[in-house]
Write a protein that binds this ligand. Structure first.
Ligand code: ARG
Length: 460
């Protein structure tokens, strides 16, 4: 559009765009979020054009002055975004015409919206990646605080949600440090493609102007210019990488949420949520529902949906640019906003729950949870092959079940009846603390391992 409120293509395309299409095709309400990046990239672009003697000094300064004015207007909310302007790039260009006149037209020399939108988007994503990493660091610190307080908190470790082996609650919660560290790494890996500068690829084939892509690369904080102009304007792999990394992170959060929902339930009561992270029922006055956790569990679905939307947009899409690609911003912004909110809510949860240590311990006493310790004891002390010791232990568990006894309640005499070689010192393997602390293999739940890991994470 120019200042007379006409589209830039009106010389070529007679008649107005159908209103119905204009409305749905406009992305301004979504990509207006990129206004800073758009202005930043445009400034770098005109500086480069001037350095390369493609536009003169006066025009360059005029454009930069106008762009800064526009930025101020937007920040101060004195700017009106009109959906008829299609997108943020056209909107700013049109405004520049209004402010500085015909010279605004020099801004689009040697570039296309196809490379323009990518440079904006990559700058934004680079920054947003950093925000996520920062929030994940905060989360890891909060988890470490919880772990430090719960090294000796014993709980049943589950497989199939059945009591499996006793573990330390700290070891459980530290599993999430590993997950969030991997999430961080996935986001960090994305920097390598985000550091490639698309500006200068033009519509698809590059440009005949003597541009300096290294100049804009440096100016905008990229590392290198992208290498193939056709690939550049078609490529949304960096979008997929971001959506995948975000989805995995949201999935990790949903797993913690689910564990906590179960443990907070009346059947388990292993943890208690503070009043600021529960909600009430409209009819049942007694209820305290873990809605924030359910929110975290539910939100991952839109992340997955967005990842698959983008995969589907790209499937079979011919090279190079097509309007289909415009969906990418909506998809990414939604995923990003949801993930930021989810991580924040997760941190509220982490700061506002308490562990019912006695209930955890009591539940860990159930389900013959030290049976594997007994099997290991038999292997070590009776020198049986593990499979034989497994059978002996299974018979002991059957005996317990029949006689309604816990393993720890068996006398040496009873055990001897099943296997006469079992010695009296077997009793110690039924102690939960001993069991937890015996898992000294690297990465296991022993108290020393946990302390070492906390220290390692803290110094990382
Ligand atoms: N708003 C567009 C997008 O986000 C910018 C690129 C438009 N290019 C074009 N040739 N229509 O994809």
């Amino acid at each position: 559009m120019n200042k007379k409120n006409k589209t830039i293509w009106e010389t070529r395309i007679k008649g107005k765009t159908a209103k119905t299409f204009q409305k749905v095709s406009s992305s301004i309400n979504i990509d207006k979020r990129l206004f800073r990046e758009d202005i930043q990239a445009s400034i770098a672009h005109v500086e480069m054009l001037n350095k390369q003697k493609i536009i003169n000094f006066k025009v360059k300064n005029k454009i930069i002055w106008g762009l800064k004015k526009i930025q101020n207007q937007i920040i101060k909310k004195k700017y009106s975004f009109n959906y008829a302007d299609e997108d943020i790039h056209m909107s700013i260009e049109k405004k520049l015409f209004e402010i500085i006149g015909e010279d605004a037209g020099y801004i689009h020399t040697a570039r296309s919206r196809n490379d323009q939108v990518l440079v904006d988007f990559k700058i934004w994503m680079n920054h947003s990646n950093g925000k996520l990493i920062k929030l994940l660091n905060l989360t890891i610190n909060n988890i470490l605080k919880i772990a430090e307080k719960n090294i000796y908190t014993i709980m049943p470790g589950f497989t199939h949600l059945k009591n499996a082996q006793p573990i330390s609650f700290a070891h459980y919660i530290l599993a999430y440090v590993e997950m969030f560290r991997r999430d961080k790494k996935r986001l960090e890996n994305n920097y390598s493609s985000l550091k490639e500068n698309p500006l200068g690829s033009g519509a698809l084939s590059g440009t005949s102007f003597n541009i300096d892509r290294n100049f804009t690369t440096k100016k905008l904080g990229f590392k290198i210019p992208t290498a193939n102009s056709i690939d550049t304007v078609s490529d949304r792999d960096f979008v997929l990488d971001f959506l995948y990394a975000s989805s995995v992170c949201a999935m990790h959060i949903s797993r913690l949420a689910e564990d906590f929902i179960i443990w907070n339930s009346d059947g388990f009561k292993l943890i208690k949520l503070n009043d600021n992270i529960v909600t009430g029922s409209s009819i049942m006055p007694q209820k305290k529902n873990p809605d924030p956790l359910e929110y975290l569990r539910g939100k991952v679905s839109s992340s997955y949906g967005n990842l698959f939307s983008m995969m589907t947009i790209l499937k079979g899409l011919p090279l190079s640019y097509f309007k289909d690609l415009q969906e990418d911003k909506k998809i990414v912004f939604e995923t990003f906003d949801n993930l930021i909110d989810s991580i924040k809510v997760l941190n509220e949860v982490l700061k506002n729950f308490s562990v019912n240590k006695n209930t955890m311990m009591a539940l860990a006493e159930e389900g013959y949870i030290t049976a594997t310790d007994l099997a290991d004891y038999i292997v070590k002390n009776l020198n049986y092959p593990f499979r034989k010791s497994y059978q002996v232990t299974a018979r002991i568990v059957n005996y317990c079940e029949k006689n309604k006894k816990r393993l720890s309640e068996l006398s040496h005499e009873e055990l001897k009846k099943i296997d006469p070689n079992i010695k009296e010192d077997v009793i110690k393997v039924f102690n939960l603390k001993n069991s937890v602390n015996s898992k000294k293999s690297y990465g296991g739940t022993s108290f020393e391992n946990i302390k070492k890991m906390i220290k390692k994470y803290k110094n990382a």
